[in-house]
Ligand binder design. Structure first.
Ligand SMILES: Nc1nc2c(c(=O)[nH]1)N[C@H]1C(S)=C(S)[C@@H](COP(=O)(O)OP(=O)(O)OC[C@H]3O[C@@H](n4cnc5c(=O)[nH]c(N)nc54)[C@H](O)[C@@H]3O)O[C@H]1N2
Ligand SMILES: Nc1nc2c(c(=O)[nH]1)N[C@H]1C(S)=C(S)[C@@H](COP(=O)(O)OP(=O)(O)OC[C@H]3O[C@@H](n4cnc5c(=O)[nH]c(N)nc54)[C@H](O)[C@@H]3O)O[C@H]1N2
Ligand code: SF4
Ligand SMILES: [Mo]
Length: 747
């Protein structure tokens, strides 16, 4: 099974291997040229300080990691990094703690059947099993019967490796990632309106706007350092927050528009209607740089502010005042996040936001833009390089020329490159249910907690003939269902690059040793390639930096062209570098750039497009039995997603609520006889959970909110998806709430 190619990594490994795998690991940890990664790079002197990008959110703060005796001992925010300017949120300060947790995956582990205990095995046994099981499934059910789920939390070099290995080397057609849960809507909107997935802004725009509109975004919690940038704005800006909840951000804003959930589309069409009615359109910009405005104007004529008012619950005059504010603003920027993306009609909402910025000429100038903020540290990288929705470099799967270019550079036959991106995440889950997909490789994501409608999700995952989970922890809820767990090194224990929300590429470095026999995802992919028998295909993929070089070349002549960027050292000395930077162009260290300053967009016509469509009813209306709307999202700046990492820091745990809670309005609490801190039961048609009542004016009557950080939350969510982006609509389903008597509480 193992490739016999002389000098191959596995051959080398084999020579070093003893039965229990221990020698392999120890030897490799000592060999900087081998595939071990325990070695702190030579350039890192003991006691030196080095700067790298934070591994949590897409803000991409620079962190100074301080070393003593060759080990990272503490972290402080970098003062001269253009993103965070000396600031960090609690997760950044605590970035090293999750590495030391007791439940780190230390060796590969297997089990035959669900419910059995995992058993430690050597890497060789694990790789043999991985290959034999997946190959057997493919032999029986076809190559497409094995799929993968990846992540926006691995460096570019790793997520590109996974996408190329799986699709070109292992014959998989279907593979997606957690970026589908997160950014797919923005991707679809940008591609359709701009001709490429291109967030146009730079963080300097937070400081240069005179009107900032946040839509379904709570940066005080989810992107605290970006909110700090807003606070540095010297123009006394007007900040408008459009969110059903009076969030921490809304509380600090100039104005809060507490719209009814999922009424954004009709609201924005109503605003566009007023802008047109009042003659507040930048005709010069629209004529010179856009297409489709007339049809858009015709469409929004059906949405007078009265209609927007009826749907959103905002008075007509507030809608008109909001339109006027946009008109009067000289530099208006629109910022959106999950309140828009995670909706059954999110793509249309995002397109409507883009339309507002285009029709008022608020794009390409300082302080403007239709700006989607990304979520995870490398979500932007995964959009361009994970080989899921886009072919490497943001290219198109269905374009023969694009496929040929990629095939040529990678030295593979063009026939191994599929002609479409394959199934989206939800379609992969459905295909498992239909018995079409029987094997799944899950890397750096935790779907048993984070996927929508959890009962079904877990049922689906447990139907697989073979589930491989590659994670830094052995204790994740998804690892609980795995047949094979591969132990991964984490941020801080490996190197590579991330792309942040403003398109800035930054470097991460190895400052700590991975525990036990954990290997970087990069090394795991190399070993899988060798074991699978496609190692030749990746002969050039010898190190993360070598892969960075290949990926750079693959961006040539695309909108995200970074052929002018040097190696890691140069990226570092430039304090990160934003794409694009084609060969021959230069930027100064710490510089900030935005797109579309020349009014040229990426469609063949060079124009941006207005796109619109009918609004659609919410997938699960409230009714008598389930009379309240459940919203979900981020709860606290010290909690990250499924908490596998932040849950390991005592400091972060102290900053976060102890137990799961549900925000409920005083009026509903009163009506239901619920006092603050009471235990309540929240139920939907799909499941039930128990939570503490947080009685608060943050939520409107008729709505409740539960953070996603608790594993119970997705028991309730309704599996609806935007039909274009296939992003899950996590932010709307029908529930009921009732007070729990003490004796009712499930143990
Ligand atoms: N501390 C912390 N920070 C994080 C993360 C984390 O887990 N913890 N995760 C990161 C990731 S991956 C992401 S994607 C981002 C997410 O960042 P955000 O999108 O800012 O966070 P969310 O809380 O998911 O959603 C934002 C808001 O959308 C609102 N909303 C719900 N429905 C609607 C609606 O119909 N219309 C409008 N206009 N608003 C609505 C919710 O009330 C919520 O306040 O955060 C990133 N940052
Ligand atoms: N109800 C509800 N659900 C939601 C959301 C919501 O708003 N509401 N938001 C959605 C969004 S936007 C997102 S992005 C998803 C996030 O959902 P997930 O991706 O499932 O969440 P994480 O906890 O970040 O999972 C990352 C996993 O990777 C592991 N890991 C970390 N670093 C590494 C590494 O370097 N290598 C490997 N191999 N493993 C590593 C972690 O231990 C963890 O198990 O959740 C989605 N789910
Ligand atoms: S804001 Fe995001 S990138 Fe910055 S320190 Fe916090 S988690 Fe890290
Ligand atoms: Mo996300």
């Amino acid at each position: 099974m193992i490739s016999k190619r002389n000098g191959s990594i596995v051959e080398r490994a084999r020579r070093l291997l003893r039965d229990d795998g221990s020698v392999l690991t120890r030897e490799l940890l000592r060999s900087p040229g081998g595939f071990g990664l325990g070695q702190v790079p030579d350039k890192l002197k003991p006691d030196a300080t080095t700067t790298m990008i934070c591994g949590f959110c897409s803000t991409g703060c620079g962190l100074d990691v301080h070393m003593k005796d060759g080990q990272a001992v503490s972290v402080t925010p970098s003062v001269d990094y253009p993103v965070n300017l000396g600031l960090a949120c609690p997760k950044g300060w605590e970035a090293l703690t999750p590495l030391k947790a007791a439940d780190r995956a230390l060796t590969p582990m297997t089990r035959e059947h669900a419910g059995e205990r995992l058993r430690a095995v050597s890497w060789e046994v694990a790789l043999e099993a991985f290959t034999a099981r997946f190959k057997a499934i493919q032999a029986k059910h076809g190559p497409e019967s094995v799929a993968f789920l990846g992540t926006g939390q691995m460096p570019l070099e790793e997520l590109a490796f996974l996408g190329c290995l799986a699709k070109f080397g292992m014959g998989m057609k279907h593979g997606d990632g957690n970026t589908r849960q997160c950014m797919a809507t923005a991707v679809a909107a940008y591609k359709s309106c701009f001709g490429f997935d291109a967030p146009p802004y730079s963080y300097a725009d937070f400081e240069e706007s005179d009107v900032l509109v946040f839509i379904g975004a709570n940066p005080c919690i989810a992107h605290p350092i970006l909110w700090e940038r807003v606070c540095r704005n010297p123009h006394s800006p007007v900040v408008v927050v459009i969110d059903p909840r009076r969030t921490e951000t809304a509380q600090q804003a100039t104005a809060h528009l507490p719209i009814a959930p999922k009424s954004d589309l009709e609201l924005f069409y109503g605003v566009a209607n007023v802008l047109i009615r009042e003659g507040w359109v930048d005709r010069g910009f629209v004529e010179a740089h856009t297409e489709g405005f007339d049809e858009f104007a015709k469409h929004v004529a059906q949405f007078p502010p009265e209609r927007a008012s009826a749907r959103s619950g905002l008075p007509v005059e507030r809608i008109e005042r909001f339109a006027e504010l946009i008109h009067r603003g000289e530099r208006v920027s629109f910022w959106w996040t999950m309140g828009v993306n995670q909706s059954h009609e999110g793509v249309k909402v995002a397109q409507a936001i883009i339309a507002l910025s285009l029709m008022t000429g608020n794009i390409g100038r300082p302080g403007t833009g239709a700006n989607s903020i990304t979520g995870q540290c490398n979500a932007m990288g995964s959009r361009l390089f994970s080989n899921t929705t886009s072919l490497l470099g943001g290219r198109k799967w269905d374009d023969a020329e694009h496929r040929a270019t990629v095939a040529k550079r990678l030295g593979v036959d063009a026939s191994v490159i599929p002609t479409d991106g394959g199934m989206a995440y939800d379609q992969i889950m459905e295909a498992i249910l239909r018995d079409e997909i029987k094997g799944l490789w899950v890397v750096a994501t935790n779907p048993a907690h984070s996927w929508i409608n959890q009962r079904d999700a877990r049922d689906i995952l447990s139907r697989l003939d073979y589930l491989v989970v590659q994670d830094m922890y052995v204790s994740s809820h998804t690892a609980d269902l795995a047949h094979l767990v591969l132990p991964a090194a984490a941020w801080g224990e490996k190197e590579g690059t991330f792309i942040n929300s403003e398109r800035r590429i930054g470097v991460i470095k190895q400052v700590a040793r991975a525990p036990g026999e954990a290997l970087s995802d990069f090394r795991i992919f190399q070993l899988v390639a060798e074991t699978w028998g496609c190692g030749e295909m990746f002969a050039e993929w010898s190190s993360p930096e070598a892969v960075f070089g290949i990926l750079k070349e693959l961006t040539k002549d695309t909108p995200c062209d970074i052929t002018g960027v040097g190696g890691y050292t140069e990226v570092d000395s430039l304090r990160g570098v934003q794409w694009p930077l084609p060969e021959g162009e230069k930027v100064a260290p710490g510089s900030e750039r935005r797109l579309f300053a020349d009014g040229n967009f990426y469609h063949e016509s060079g124009r941006a497009r207005f796109i619109c469509g009918p609004s659609t009813p919410v997938p699960e209306e409230v009714d008598e039995r389930f009379p309240m709307v459940l919203l979900t999202g981020r709860g606290n700046s010290a909690q990250w997603h499924t908490q596998t990492r932040t849950g390991k820091s005592a400091v972060l745990q102290t900053l976060a609520p102890e137990t799961i809670y549900v925000e409920i309005s005083p009026r509903d609490a009163d009506r239901l006889g619920i006092a603050p801190n009471d235990w309540v039961r929240v139920s939907s048609r799909r499941g039930t959970l128990e939570a503490r009542a947080y009685v608060t004016h943050i939520v409107q009557p008729g709505q409740v909110f539960i953070p996603m950080h608790y594993v119970q939350t997705n028991r309730l969510t309704f599996p609806a998806f935007d039909p274009t982006s296939r992003q899950p609509a996590y932010k709307h389903c029908a529930v009921n709430v009732g007070r729990l008597m003490l004796h009712d509480r499930a143990r």
